[in-house]
Design a protein around this ligand. Structure first.
Ligand code: NDP
Length: 265
């Protein structure tokens, strides 16, 4: 019987995950189906229970349910515990294993697809929400020379930096120095808001990375005006999916051709 997976979210119709996992399954010859699942805002747990009852094998979790999924899982991977959020669930008997593949996806995209070594680099992480939290431990595991977390609400950046040793925190207007990798993990691009940061944060040869995709955000426009190399979050999306696919199927798909197809439209 074909194994069934879904991505739980609200809204969810826009999700590219069914296409990505469909391409992975075709490429690796896995007998599986993957669809979207719209969960009511007050009915995430019930929707998961219903899907499991019909034989569902696992799922991805997206906005706004990642923290609720974290609380629902009966076992958590180390990286899910560090992230405080779950984006991948695997169902096995009574167990719901919760994992978080977002950080691994970001690191894989920067290292493999963009060819940038993080080790020894000065990294600036903009934002202190769920996406920022999820990538801190995987970034620190690469041993950057520095990881500075900056956020509009400075107290949230400070609280995050206290949780992960070796990080520092700042408000946007107190950012000091230049950085080799600048990652925008805020949702400011959604509303087309510019961040109050100076173009001088980008060191010569730096990478400006926006976790949002499909849009030249004001952050990427600032980096471009400064002559800085830019990347959006589509590669992260494909890489986190590949990591989830590996959790479920024990097979690692080749992400390059899938990313090329998505970029082609
Ligand atoms: P959250 O709502 O948890 O956090 C939002 C963050 O953005 C906070 O730090 C908030 O600051 C900041 N922010 C929001 N609006 C503004 C603004 N106008 N100016 C400055 N800062 C602002 O969101 P997430 O962390 O879950 O998601 C952040 C982004 O990452 C989204 O765009 C999402 O699409 C993207 N993402 C991409 C993924 C991928 O695979 N490519 C995976 C996961 C997320 P404050 O604390 O002051 O409110």
């Amino acid at each position: 019987m074909t194994d069934r997976y879904v991505v739980f979210g609200n809204p969810i119709a826009h999700s590219k995950s069914p296409r990505i996992h469909g391409l992975f399954a075709a490429q690796t010859g896995q007998d599986m189906a993957y669809e979207t699942c719209l969960a009511p805002l007050d009915g995430f747990a019930a929707t998961v229970t219903q899907f499991r009852a019909t034989g569902g094998k696992g799922g991805n979790v997206t906005v706004p349910f990642k923290e609720e999924a974290f609380r629902l899982c009966t076992r958590l991977s180390e990286r899910a515990q560090a992230a405080g959020a779950v984006n991948t669930m695997n169902f096995s008997g009574d167990e719901i294993l919760g994992d978080n593949t977002d950080g691994a996806g970001l690191v894989a995209d920067i290292r493999r697809n963009l060819g940038m070594i993080i080790t020894g680099k000065r990294v600036l992480l903009l934002g202190a929400g769920g996406a920022a939290r999820g990538v801190i431990q995987p970034l620190m595991a690469e041993k950057p020379a520095q990881l500075l977390i900056a956020n509009r609400t400075e107290g949230k950046a400070t609280a995050l930096a206290c949780e992960f040793s070796g990080c520092a925190a700042a408000g946007f207007t107190d950012i000091d120095g230049t950085f080799d990798i600048v990652i925008n993990a805020t949702s400011a691009g959604l509303s087309n808001d510019a961040l109050p940061i100076a173009g001088s944060v980008f060191a010569p040869g730096a990478l400006a990375y926006d976790m949002m995709y499909g849009k030249a955000t004001p952050f990427l426009q600032l980096a471009t005006a400064h002559g800085t190399r830019c990347a959006d979050g589509l590669g992260m999306l494909v890489e986190q999916a590949a990591e989830a696919f590996f959790v479920w199927r024990g097979v690692r798909p080749d992400t390059g051709p899938v990313l090329d197809l998505l970029r082609a439209g």
